[in-house]
Design a protein around this ligand. Structure first.
Ligand code: SF4
Ligand code: SF4
Length: 456
């Protein structure tokens, strides 16, 4: 129901009277006899709208299945990346999440959880992080764990846990060699080499355990210090058999809001390389790069690439094509699914396997819409909440607000006014406040989506 049908104040046709509508009843008053304060009217309208949202049963999800728990387990890190927006730049005191949250309050959600996804600080930096994921692996083995790591402390015990859990691991590499790593990421000797050694040992262990499909993914932050390394970064990854590679344009150096980009020429060259390889490597390697991209109109570039033929791209990137010509992401996905089934893990769709845990989608009336307000729960170490990686925290939105008699009321949390409003907006195709170019906001017809992601 629309708020206007319950309460509205409008001018009449001759602009001499106000027509006040209250629950279907219309009252006409001379304009000069009645003084309205706009902010009071707006406040009343807001209250009515909230009432409608809170009483719209179709917006209820209860405690959903397939929950994605994105936990900021700890806010500290053993690295000092120049482009870090989250840890050492803020000078925050080191802190880990309250054990009461992860060992007690979250227990009712674990049986319904698809993925636990520690991000924000570096999980491998804390022994408590290892102990927590070991606990999840032992008690809730069905949950898929996705770890994002800089690789510095990814030692034998982490490799063993990753293999036992069939973990997805992403390493943020941010360099093609020692020199480029020190220039772009952290000017400290030996770090790049140490990370490479840890990754090579992990890949060897996966191969020994017949789990080659669970090879890690790699990410790289791109900025004016390394745009020219985009292609080499991909080649290095492919030579290690990596089939998911993701780039992030540095949002400290560029402004996503005003679309300002430092070193535009090299940014454009890098973006074109990525678009061309995304097209060429479709179904062979996942190449991602659309998070916080400082680019107002990516379709300008996409249109240029759409005109290029695959044959021309194969010729242009012949060395890359030679490495990947037998790669097949769908076959890898099927092999992973089989191994997950054998271990009783919760299963991923091919879409989630490719897009990652932040972009859940579901069908609504024949169109795919973002599912994050239903199932994605991001909790920061101080209790702050968000529905997504790409929508900021609000100080007033905190897990402790939902505490009742010592227990978090999860039903209330998943069905509060904020999440319901987002659900309603997304159904209407309104993604205001979301990240520009977000792949979950594309509003693709469900039938087309199923074809794209091989769903029956
Ligand atoms: S690894 Fe991540 S959290 Fe650590 S300093 Fe680098 S960007 Fe920040
Ligand atoms: S559409 Fe919005 S909520 Fe969904 S993934 Fe994108 S930014 Fe997040």
């Amino acid at each position: 129901m629309k708020t206007d049908k319950i309460f509205s104040v409008k001018n009449d046709e001759r602009n001499t009277h106000k027509i006040i509508t209250v629950a279907g009843l219309k009252i006409k008053c001379k304009k000069d006899k009645i003084k309205f304060k706009n902010e009071k009217i707006n406040r009343l309208k807001q209250k009515i709208e909230n009432f409608i949202i809170m009483h719209d049963k179709s917006l209820d999800v209860g405690i959903p299945n397939n929950i994605v728990l994105q936990l900021c387990f700890n806010n500290d890190c053993n690295c000092k990346c120049n482009f870090c927006t989250i840890y050492h730049q803020q000078g925050l005191a080191s802190r880990i999440i309250n054990p009461d949250i992860v060992y007690k309050q979250l227990l009712p959600l674990y049986p319904k959880t698809l993925t636990i996804f520690p991000t924000y600080g570096e999980i491998t930096h804390r022994k408590e992080g290892y102990e927590y994921l070991k606990f999840i692996n032992e008690k809730y083995h069905h949950i898929n764990i996705h770890v994002e790591s800089n690789g510095i402390a990814f030692d034998e015990k982490w490799r063993k846990l990753a293999i036992d859990n069939l973990m997805s691991v992403n390493f943020s590499i941010n360099g093609i060699d020692e020199e480029s790593y020190r220039r772009t990421t952290w000017d400290k000797e030996g770090i790049f080499t140490r990370v490479q050694e840890n990754i090579k040992k992990y890949i060897e262990d996966l191969d020994k355990n017949n789990l080659s499909e669970f090879r890690p993914s790699f990410t790289c932050v791109l900025n004016s210090t390394n745009y020219q390394n985009t292609l080499q970064f991909i080649k290095n990854a492919l030579e290690l058999g990596i089939w998911k590679i993701c780039f992030y344009f540095d949002c400290r150096e560029n402004s996503v809001n005003s679309m300002q980009v430092k070193d535009k020429e090299n940014f454009e060259n890098s973006l074109m390389t990525l678009l061309e390889l995304e097209k060429l490597l479709l179904d062979k390697v996942r190449v991602g790069f659309r998070v916080y991209m400082p680019c107002k109109n990516i379709s300008e570039y996409e249109e240029k690439v759409a005109k290029m033929s695959i044959e021309d791209l194969k010729a242009k990137y012949s060395d890359i094509w030679e490495i990947v010509k037998d790669f097949d992401t769908y076959k890898i996905y099927q092999a992973k699914t089989q191994k997950r089934k054998e271990q009783g893990k919760a299963l991923y769709s091919y879409y989630i396997e490719m897009a990652g845990n932040c972009y859940n989608q579901h069908d609504y009336n024949g169109t795919m819409i973002c599912e994050n307000p239903d199932t994605h729960l991001r909790i920061r170490e101080d209790g702050r909440l968000a529905v997504c990686s790409f929508i900021g925290y609000k100080d007033s939105y905190n897990v402790y607000n939902f505490m009742e008699n010592g227990a978090i009321n999860w039903n209330k949390l998943f069905n509060d006014e904020y999440r319901r409003r987002l659900r309603r907006n997304f159904r209407k195709g309104n993604y205001k406040g979301c990240m520009k170019n977000c792949i979950a906001a594309r509003h693709i017809k469900t039938a087309d989506f199923k074809t794209m992601y091989k769903e029956s």
